[in-house]
Ligand binder design. Structure first.
Ligand code: MN
Length: 291
């Protein structure tokens, strides 16, 4: 099988705040190589690199806001987040956990640091990924998957470390998340000098984000912490080797190849559907959620 080479290594851009609780570097859509089409079906990736929040009795976060047409996936590496939505979904995710919210036809939700964690404060590190829905599923019912770290599929790589499969599969071992299109999402947790091989179809859009440590890709290219790697749509196989203990988020999905029409918190296939989303939001069709 042919090697899948790196197309781009992106350094983190200056961070911005989402609400007052998420200090993020945006990698998708970053404007240059990585528009929403390039990483289809992944519409957006915001990365809160390690950041210390001081203790507070008023948890920081993002207040009630709507979404329609896609899924928001939050992966917690450090800190705890509490989430609630107008479809009754919600809960607390802690270190290593994932919340997979399918907004689909529409929800109101809010995302805050969990109350007890916020009181103490501490180092916070998190990824939020937006996964597009196929046109036929955009108006389906909202759904919520709380995926505890203990529910993830662990693939033991011996002295190299292990792979924690969230969605899709690694070496035919399947992760717990249900998805609407083929999506692979996993953490490679590698020991010093540990190696892992990955293989995805050439047409899948594939990337990696270095959460901890430094890595060597395909035995030649160094990628430091907090950097994002975009792979070419050629070849299938790549290897990652940890220069020191490393955590690498691997993202690969089959493009939907449908029109992408984003506007703020809505991502639909046409302008008409966006106008409809605003109408529905303004007339209360997204339900109700207390501030
Ligand atoms: Mn949101």
């Amino acid at each position: 099988m042919a090697t899948k080479n790196i197309e781009l290594i992106a350094a983190p851009k200056p961070p911005h705040f989402v609400g007052d609780g998420f200090r993020v570097h945006n990698f998708i859509p970053s404007g240059y190589h990585l528009d929403m089409k390039r990483m289809d079906p992944f519409l957006m990736l915001d990365y809160n690199s390690k950041f210390h929040f001081s203790g507070t009795d008023t948890p920081r976060g993002v207040g009630v806001h709507p979404h329609r047409g896609f899924e928001t996936v939050t992966i917690a590496y450090k800190g705890r987040v509490e989430h609630g939505d107008s479809a009754g979904g919600g809960g607390i995710i802690g270190e290593g956990d994932v919340q997979w919210m399918t907004a689909a036809s529409g929800v109101l939700h809010k995302e805050f640091h969990e109350t007890e964690w916020a009181k103490e404060g501490g180092i916070f590190q998190m990824v939020q990924l937006w996964v597009n829905l196929p046109a036929k599923d955009k108006m389906s019912a909202p759904k919520y998957q709380a995926i505890k770290n203990s529910e993830m599929k662990l693939v033991d790589l011996g002295e190299n470390g292990f792979i924690e499969v969230i969605a899709g599969e690694y070496n035919s071992q399947k992760g717990p998340a249900s998805t609407f299109s083929p999506v692979n999402l996993m953490n490679a947790k590698l020991k010093e000098h540990g190696k892992a091989n990955f293989s995805f179809p050439p047409h899948f859009n594939t990337a990696a984000l270095v959460i901890e440590g430094n890595i060597l890709v395909n035995g030649k290219e160094k990628v430091p912490t907090d950097h994002f790697v975009l792979f070419e749509n050629q070849g299938e196989d790549f290897t990652i080797e940890a220069s020191e203990n490393a955590i690498v988020l691997i993202i690969s999905g089959e493009p939907l190849n449908e029109p992408i029409f984003p506007h703020g918190p809505f991502v639909m296939n046409s302008r008409e559907e966006i106008i409809q989303a605003f109408d529905d939001f303004n007339t209360g069709k997204f339900g109700y959620l207390e501030d």
